[in-house]
Design a binder for this molecule. Structure first.
Ligand code: PSV
Ligand code: MN
Length: 434
């Protein structure tokens, strides 16, 4: 079994929890009283938050970059095993991230059984597999410069289909249950691509992949309006993704990446629509100001995150809906922060949005909606959104073996410095999105 190197000792976690125990108890009790008056049991909300889990992207623990530059950090993971150790750190401190979403071939294991055993040893599992036909890899026969699953040349499409099938095969060995397909195919100039034919080719290719999908798997189709193609993208929006999944079959679902929308698009409505149609399969959480900025979840538009969760929570208790439980994953690029800290903080902000959404007085909201009382409907949402749910998040974390204040413990442990010593930079190593 591979060595993990330094891991944050349990004693540090316990010590912090012990020192801050009395403060948490006071704050938890005060919030509990407030929520009680509003008709909520704080323990019930905590129990729900405790069950909430979000997957860490294997590519997120390395420092990201832009097309201009990347500024590497000391102690970055140099291979998939080291990435799992960083993911373990995030999970140990938050108690909320027990699965990793792998990108192939960035994190293709030479021996999937060895990686599966290592992950099991760490107590981690595998979330969705992500295929990559948006880049050429060394020794790849045919280029994806002009597309992959939708390429005009059938041979390129076959190569891209086979890559996706390989991702399923690796995923089966690891214990994953989903494949996420995101392609960069599209055109940079008007006229470059036949918009209708390229979608037809996508559906034909996706059918071939779908046929190989195990019956207990989901195929997640991720859409994005632009980049790398700057004029037209084949799977550009939720409508197109929805059409595709209905063509494929019941195990195909749409994946919403929060950054993959034009400015000011009402994403919570897209979420509601996909839930209503039973086709919301997964999420990539992140935040953005301008486009696909891949910033930390909840850092720019926490209210939007809350509104998205309001739709998810409303759907959870609607028996008439036939939607699968979405797979929650983070998809971020950490360019100026320590990725482990960004991911810890994002997991917390995502849980915060969920906890706030659980505090919406649904009965009151319905009444205000049915009497056209716009101001009171908004105030009902705002009351939940402005509730400081930190004591709930802290209690949920401690109950799951994590810490009250994960970033504080992380910094105090000297983890990054330790990894700097253990993982001297390798020439040409390039983790993270560039
Ligand atoms: C594309 O922008 C994306 O959101 C897809 O999910 C990719 O798999 C990921 O980012 C990494 O490039
Ligand atoms: Mn994504």
């Amino acid at each position: 079994m591979r060595e993990t190197g330094f891991v944050i000792p349990q004693s540090m976690i316990d010590e912090q929890n012990y020192v801050q125990k009395a403060r948490l108890e006071q704050e938890y009790a005060a919030l509990g009283e407030q929520l009680d008056r509003r008709g909520f049991s704080i323990d019930q909300i905590t129990a729900q938050v405790q069950k909430f889990e979000v997957a860490i992207p294997s590519w997120g623990v390395g420092t990201g970059g832009t097309r201009f530059a990347r500024f590497p950090l000391e102690g970055e993971p140099r291979n998939v095993f080291e990435k799992f150790v960083d993911c373990l750190t995030i999970h140990r401190l938050t108690g909320a991230a027990p699965r990793v979403s792998l990108h192939i071939p960035w994190d293709k294991p030479d021996d999937p059984d060895e990686l599966a055993a290592f992950a099991a040893h760490l107590g981690l599992g595998f979330d969705a597999m992500n295929s990559n036909t948006f880049q050429d890899q060394p020794h790849q026969k045919l280029s994806y410069k002009f597309g992959s699953l939708t390429h005009v040349d059938r041979a390129v499409r076959v190569q891209a289909v086979l890559h996706n099938i390989e991702c399923i095969e690796i995923g089966k060995q690891l214990g994953s249950k989903a494949l996420t397909m995101w392609i960069g195919d599209g055109g940079n100039f008007p006229g470059q691509v036949d918009v209708r034919k390229s979608l037809e080719r996508y559906i034909e290719s996706a059918h071939q992949i779908y046929r190989e999908l195990p019956s207990d798997w989901k195929l997640l189709v991720e859409y994005k309006p632009y980049e790398p193609a700057f004029y037209s993208t084949v799977i550009n929006d939720w409508g197109t993704a929805y059409y595709v999944v209905t063509q494929l079959g019941p195990h195909a679902h749409c994946l919403v990446d929060l950054g993959h929308h034009g400015p000011n698009v009402n994403i919570e409505m897209i979420v509601a629509r996909l839930l209503q149609f039973g086709r919301l399969g997964g999420f990539h959480f992140n935040d953005s100001k301008y486009g696909d900025d891949d910033l930390d979840s909840g850092s720019i538009r926490p209210f939007q995150l809350f509104l998205v969760f309001c739709e998810l929570v409303a759907a959870e208790s609607d028996a008439s809906l036939n939607s699968p439980r979405p797979s929650y994953m983070i998809d971020q690029s950490h360019n100026v922060t320590d990725p482990v800290e960004s991911l810890i903080s994002s997991a917390e902000e995502i849980q915060r949005g969920y906890a706030q959404a659980l505090l919406v007085d649904r009965k009151a909201l319905t009444e205000y909606q049915e009497t056209n009382d716009a101001i009171m409907a908004l105030k009902t949402l705002k009351q939940a959104f402005t509730t400081d749910v930190s004591p709930i998040l802290q209690r949920a974390r401690v109950n799951r073996g994590g810490t009250l204040n994960p970033i504080e413990v992380y910094r105090r442990s000297g983890y990054r410095r330790q990894k700097g010593a253990e993982r001297p930079a390798q020439a040409g190593s390039r983790s993270g999105i560039v």
